[in-house]
Write a protein that binds this ligand. Structure first.
Ligand SMILES: [Zn+2]
Length: 295
């Protein structure tokens, strides 16, 4: 018997896609200092191709142009504060010009995506095969206690700090930085807190959670030194971009599912361009490699 003709798919309008994104990551859940939502775009324009990326930098916008994307969704905001110019002679103004010239909308989901369930740190935990137990800093407005910043995770099989670092280096996208470690490489890790992006404001919560390790990005000398002095907590520091990139894949899959449900004619892509600003790493020649496999 011939199949019923599938109902004709049509491209959604930007306003419809943005409504779906806002439903996943409501703007009111962003931190008060944040700047999320639609930065560029005509609500009535059709959207047939979406590109997800961490950073709204020129390289990514050029990729969106090449791909023929109508919508770029990024984790980081383009403008965090007000501006008086979008002249193409400025770094960000050039991004705005390229987007508008090519009819590409830009939408940002930042701390609202951090706090979502699932959110940025769930994607990070998922990439490392960690079982999420609860948010590290629960959102007090969530009666179910599932939303919030960072995640406290358990490992089904304990790993040494060395093995956990190796797993992070293998599973997260490659960057010049790799994974920096503070702590005994042979210590066993059963519980680990993770937070995509800069995590060193979360040390008090990490200590209170009583975990064996903390994996995040952008850790600084003094907070690390202090945290190490007070507890055997192991610290793993990955590149900021690498800790947030897994969210792009999660978010793209979420939008894909919505698109299927709605019967939209929409292609969803994830940028693999490394936009971590650090581009090279020179290991000090005279240091031993304590993370190398023991002989
Ligand atoms: Zn970030």
């Amino acid at each position: 018997m011939p199949r019923q003709p599938v109902s004709r798919q049509s491209a959604p309008r930007l306003s419809e896609v943005v409504a779906a994104l806002e439903n996943l990551w409501p703007a009111e859940r962003a931190e008060s200092w944040d700047a999320v939502g639609t930065v560029v775009g005509d609500p009535d324009q059709d959207v047939t191709r979406v590109l997800f990326a961490v950073d709204p930098v020129q390289e990514i916008v050029d990729e969106a142009v090449k791909l023929g994307a109508d919508l770029l969704v990024t984790h980081h905001p383009l403008y965090l504060r007000g501006t008086t110019t979008v002249a193409a002679s400025t770094f960000k103004g050039r991004v705005v010009h390229t987007l508008i010239k090519h009819d590409i909308a830009l939408h940002v989901a930042h701390t609202n995506a951090d706090r979502a369930d699932p959110g940025v740190s769930d994607a990070l935990a998922g990439a490392l095969d960690l079982r999420v137990v609860r948010p590290l800093v629960p959102d007090p407005t969530d009666p179910d206690g599932r939303r919030g910043l960072g995640r406290v995770c358990e490992l089904d099989h304990p790993l040494t700090v060395r093995e956990l670092a190796a797993r992070a280096a293998e599973r997260l996208p490659a960057t010049a930085q790799g994974i920096r470690v503070a702590g005994d490489p042979d210590a066993l890790v059963r519980t680990v807190a993770v937070s995509g992006g800069s995590g060193d404001s979360l040390f008090d919560d990490v200590r209170a959670a009583g975990v064996d390790a903390f994996l995040t990005a952008d850790l600084r000398h003094h907070p690390v030194s202090e945290a190490r002095a007070h507890s055997p907590l192991a610290l793993l520091d990955a590149a900021h971009w690498a800790t947030e990139w897994p969210w792009c894949e999660l978010a793209a899959a979420q939008l894909d599912e919505i698109s299927d449900r709605e019967g939209w004619d929409l292609r969803v892509h994830v940028s693999k361009t490394v936009t971590d600003p650090w581009t090279a790493h020179a290991a000090s020649s005279a240091t031993p490699d304590p993370l190398g496999a023991p002989n």
